[in-house]
Design a binder for this molecule. Structure first.
Ligand code: HPA
Length: 242
């Protein structure tokens, strides 16, 4: 069973959902081991990976992004559908909204962001970090399901695990950011290097620091995702089946 599609579940998305014949596989890579669940959905083989682990034990700066992406490539995956919980930088992006981001600003600090470290000099093109074909198809699927989805946006990817300061959020807004999260980099860059077609559906869980008077908590993010996780699953599975 060779999966053409993979789902990388972010915060709040720890299980593959309604897949048949699911089995866990451990893939050994030069970067360490990666865990995936492979199963069938509507007759299509799909690989599922929980980015932070099934019990959310791995914080964003400790995720083994290289092992995960390498493993998906090794499994034969061609298209990767990622989820991400994000904070909103724009009043028009409200908690509960879905955003199909089309660009990214890398504000991470201490992550290895490449497979090409030693033997070769490779500069991958990042003009379109997220796969346009996959984004277009996901947008069509969302329309078919009558889901409203923002069809573009700039993901500002921070180091974490702390949330941002108000001044940082003002800077990200000034830079043209739409949403802020902690995981798209280096995941999207590694997917590019691995020549995988990769897209992220962001779920807005909160307004970013300083845009509301409330202090932000991780629990608030997890709770907001729990309310919306079925929507993202339905979107992905409708896409995969069609
Ligand atoms: N900042 C960073 N990451 C996040 C946020 C946020 O406000 N919300 C969900 N993930």
């Amino acid at each position: 069973m060779q999966p053409k599609y993979a789902i990388i579940g972010g915060t709040g998305v720890y299980e593959p959902g309604a897949v048949e014949d699911a089995r866990d596989v451990e893939v050994h890579t030069p970067y360490g081991d990666a865990l995936a669940t492979i199963g069938l959905y509507g007759g299509q083989a799909v690989a599922f990976m929980a980015r932070h682990g099934k019990h959310h034990a791995t914080p964003p700066h400790k995720v083994n992004y290289r092992a995960n992406i390498y493993a998906l490539k090794e499994l034969g995956v061609e298209q990767v559908l990622a989820t991400a919980a994000v904070g909103s930088l724009q009043p028009g992006l409200k908690p509960g909204d879905l955003v199909l981001v089309d660009d990214v600003i890398d504000m991470s600090k201490s992550r290895v962001g490449t497979f090409f470290e030693h033997d070769s000099v490779v500069h991958v093109d990042m003009s379109d970090p997220y796969c346009n074909r996959l984004r277009r198809n996901l947008k069509h699927t969302a329309n078919r399901l009558d889901y409203s989805i923002h069809a573009g946006g700039v993901y500002v990817s921070t180091e974490g695990p702390r949330f941002e300061t108000k001044a940082e959020i003002r800077m990200f807004q000034a830079l043209g950011g739409s949403v802020v999260g902690m995981t798209s980099m280096p995941e999207v860059a590694l997917a590019k290097e691995a020549e995988l077609c990769y897209a992220t559906v962001c779920m807005v869980t909160n307004y970013a620091a300083g845009l509301t008077t409330n202090a932000l908590t991780h629990q608030e993010v997890v709770d907001a995702m729990r309310h919306n996780v079925e929507k993202i699953r339905a979107l992905f599975y409708e896409f995969i089946q069609s």
